[in-house]
Design a protein around this ligand. Structure first.
Ligand SMILES: CC(C)(COP(=O)(O)OP(=O)(O)OC[C@H]1O[C@@H](n2cnc3c(N)ncnc32)[C@H](O)[C@@H]1OP(=O)(O)O)[C@@H](O)C(=O)NCCC(=O)NCCS
Length: 279
């Protein structure tokens, strides 16, 4: 086993992939907080690049113990995740206030996964946001310029606390959908765009749209594409349209929305355009 890992890691472009089912043949969890008491265990956890189960794949390279735990929990069997979160909190691997939405573990839209080539041949792959994306989501926030932060959040935020970002990444997929874009490079978890819609209740025919694109990926079509894809998923969920609050001076976002061709009503409140858009 050690030779396999070493061989993979020292070969050009090599990576060590550990693939297993989330549960064994007896229906017991394969993803555990500790394997110390297990036979044939090895302690080369730094050597594994990627872990794969039927619930997805996660990149472990360069991640902290907390991030690794959260990533592995995300690909554990959905019925095992609550127990793993509780145990990880007990062992102080996860923060004591770590949120866990048990229904979201079942509702995560794993079927959403696509790739698109944008202007300048920029390739981006897309999937739904999950709790283990917390750190990469925070990094996207810190890479945004002050202007982009103001356009997205309406006031200057300098710090993204764990308590805020974890609420953001623990998406309640009954009411919301969050799509993220990642560069098309192996083991690259950098989030370069996020677009989401949130509705207050299942009866609400409109959901609130919000979007942000990494400055380095702006102006190549990512924002436009994400709005289009989100509206497609929204229509599949029987939504009538989106609402959005957009600063009047945010001409770029207004331009993107205009391109959608949606039937738009605008109410101006101070420096904000309150938009209601029917698909
Ligand atoms: C608004 C935002 C999402 C757009 O993302 P993007 O990936 O750059 O969008 P696209 O590349 O698809 O389209 C940008 C369009 O704006 C146009 N544009 C660029 N600068 C502009 C400006 N100052 N005024 C008007 N349009 C402008 C571009 O020409 C392009 O249109 P085209 O494709 O018809 O040529 C992105 O700029 C962003 O994240 N901004 C900060 C956060 C934000 O404003 N969020 C919206 C509030 S929720």
């Amino acid at each position: 086993m050690v030779d396999f890992f070493n061989g993979a890691l020292t070969s050009k472009g090599g990576r060590a992939i550990f693939a297993l089912t989330s549960r064994n043949r007896e229906g017991k969890p394969n993803i555990l907080i500790s394997v110390r008491k297990r036979p044939n265990q090895f302690s080369l956890w730094e050597s594994v690049t990627t872990v794969v189960t039927e619930y997805g794949s996660v990149n472990m390279k360069g991640r902290s113990v907390r991030e690794r735990a959260q990533s592995l929990i995300d690909i554990a069997h959905p019925d095992d995740r609550a127990g793993l979160v509780a145990e990880a909190k007990r062992r102080k691997i996860l923060y004591p206030d770590q949120i866990f939405l048990s229904e979201s573990a079942h509702l995560y839209p794993a079927e959403i996964g696509f790739q698109q080539t944008f202007r300048e041949n920029i390739e981006v792959r897309f999937r739904a946001l999950k709790p283990s994306d917390e750190e990469n989501m925070r990094q996207l926030f810190y890479r945004l310029s002050d202007k982009s932060v103001e356009y997205r959040y309406f006031y200057p935020i300098k710090t993204m606390f764990h308590s805020d970002i974890q609420e953001y990444v623990n998406v309640d997929y009954r009411h919301s959908l969050s799509l993220i874009g990642l560069p098309d490079a192996p083991d690259c978890d950098r989030i370069v765009a996020e677009a989401r819609f949130d509705r207050l209740s299942l009866q609400d025919p409109y959901a609130e749209l919000s979007i942000m694109v990494d400055e380095a990926y702006q102006h190549v079509g990512v924002g436009t594409y994400l709005c289009r894809m989100l509206s497609r998923f929204a229509q599949e969920r029987h939504l009538k349209g989106f609402t959005a609050d957009v600063l009047t001076e945010n001409t770029k976002m207004h331009h993107v929305l205009k391109k959608m061709g949606w039937n738009m009503k605008t109410q101006r409140v101070g420096g904000v355009n309150r938009l209601t858009m029917d698909f």
